[in-house]
Design a protein around this ligand. Structure first.
Ligand code: CO
Length: 134
C-alpha cells in the first residue's frame, strides 16, 4: 500500500454555483472541470490548488448520498481522496486487513478515474476515497 498524495478534499455544499462564486471571490480559485454523475446523484466541480484539489459536491436531490449527508451534517468536509498507483492492489490490501469497504471493486468516478470508497467507520469517522492515478 502506497499513497501518492492527497488527490482532493471533497466538500458538500447545497448550491454549487454559490460555492464556486465564493471560492473565486475569497481565494481566486476557479473550477477546472465540472460534471454531473447521475449514478451517484451528484454534481461535482474540481478546483486545482497546487498539486491537489478541492472537490465541491452538490446533490441532484435529497434522496442521494450527498443529499442525505447534507440533511444530517449540513455543509462541510465530506471525504478525503488519496491517490494510489493501483486501486486493485490497494483494495486487496485493505480487504485482507479486514477494513470496511463501501466499494469492494473499483468503479469509474470523476474525470474517468477508477475510484473506490472506504467506510468512515474504518478510521476516525472519515470517508476515504481512493483514486487510481496513472
Ligand atoms: Co471525491
Amino acid at each position: 500500500m502506497r499513497l501518492i498524495n492527497i488527490d482532493h478534499v471533497g466538500i458538500a455544499v447545497h448550491d454549487l454555483d454559490a460555492a464556486l462564486a465564493e471560492y473565486e471571490r475569497q481565494y481566486h480559485v476557479g473550477a477546472e472541470s465540472r460534471e454531473v454523475n447521475e449514478e451517484q446523484g451528484v454534481e461535482e466541480a474540481m478546483l486545482p490548488i497546487g498539486a491537489s484539489n478541492v472537490q465541491l459536491l452538490s446533490p441532484l436531490g435529497p434522496d442521494t448520498p450527498v443529499g442525505r449527508f447534507l440533511a444530517k451534517h449540513g455543509e462541510g468536509l465530506h471525504h478525503i481522496a488519496y491517490a494510489v498507483p493501483s486501486i486493485d492492489d490497494a483494495l486487496r490490501h485493505l480487504a485482507a486487513e479486514g477494513v470496511d469497504l463501501i466499494d469492494v471493486e473499483a468503479r469509474v468516478g470523476g474525470g474517468g478515474h477508477r475510484i473506490a470508497f472506504v467506510h468512515p467507520r474504518a478510521l476516525a469517522g472519515t470517508l476515504i476515497e481512493l483514486v487510481e492515478l496513472q
